[in-house]
Design a protein around this ligand. Structure first.
Ligand code: CA2
Length: 145
């Protein structure tokens, strides 16, 4: 069975409580249930973590080598700022898919740049919680090849 590490970045634990106009009223727990359902159907195992700390995310990625076949990450605000997360993904050499709930290209200009995208296999942005499901599908296609 394939093992996938899922990382939710900073403030995603607040989903469903504020900024409902941007992110909808879905909570992180709802997203995790949706992903677990998909994972079960695809016969893959998920390890889901959320952190508000850049260093913790870097460590989770660094420790993934040898344990996970792929990484699904919503780096949240670190998408636009974190060379450390980008370098960690590049260093572990584990296929990584970047996902976003919102379409980051439709929003403020500072969100149009992803430092992670160049080291990811690809990016899925703008489909709400379905971005995560699509991300899992993309990973499975990739691993099946
Ligand atoms: O659209 C996405 O998934 C984002 O990664 C979400 C990040 C944002 O910084 C990125 O530009 C795009 C923000 C996640 C935090 O979401 C909040 C939810 C509720 C209240 C406050 C923030």
């Amino acid at each position: 069975m394939k093992n996938i590490l899922v990382i939710h970045g900073p403030n995603l634990n607040l989903l469903g409580t504020r900024e409902i106009d941007v992110y909808g009223n879905v909570t992180i727990a709802d997203i995790n249930i949706l992903m677990e359902k998909k994972a079960k159907a695809m016969n893959v195992s998920l390890n889901i973590v959320q952190s508000n700390h850049e260093g913790e995310i870097v460590e989770a990625i660094g420790n993934a080598r040898g344990k996970f076949d792929a990484i699904l990450i919503n780096p949240a605000a670190y998408t636009h700022t974190s060379i450390a997360i980008r370098d960690a993904i590049s260093a572990v050499n584990i296929p990584t898919v970047e996902v976003h709930l919102s379409n980051i290209y439709k929003r403020e200009e500072f969100r149009h740049i992803s430092l992670v995208a160049p080291v990811a296999v690809g990016q899925i942005s703008g489909f709400g919680e379905q971005s995560y499901v699509l991300g899992l599908e993309a990973i499975m296609e990739l691993l099946d090849k």
